[in-house]
Ligand binder design. Sequence first.
Ligand SMILES: [Zn+2]
Length: 77
Amino acid sequence: MAKFNTLRCPTCRTIVLAGSEDFPFCSDRCRVIDLGKWASGGYVISSPIHDPELLDELEGLRDRGQASSGRGSQDER
Ligand SMILES: [Zn+2]
């Protein structure tokens, strides 16, 4: 087995050749996606939810979603 200078794209796991224009990403698109993940992750961590009304609303949405999706999957199977 020969040794190649390759790396896997952090975004889509495609093998990328060293020296590629967008190394270590396979394409400019994957690089932007990776940067976006870091940016959005930092934003979420630095902005915890403190609004109790918003939490109530989210719980209501989650309960409704579970009820409807549960019935739907049972009917299909
Ligand atoms: Zn990629």
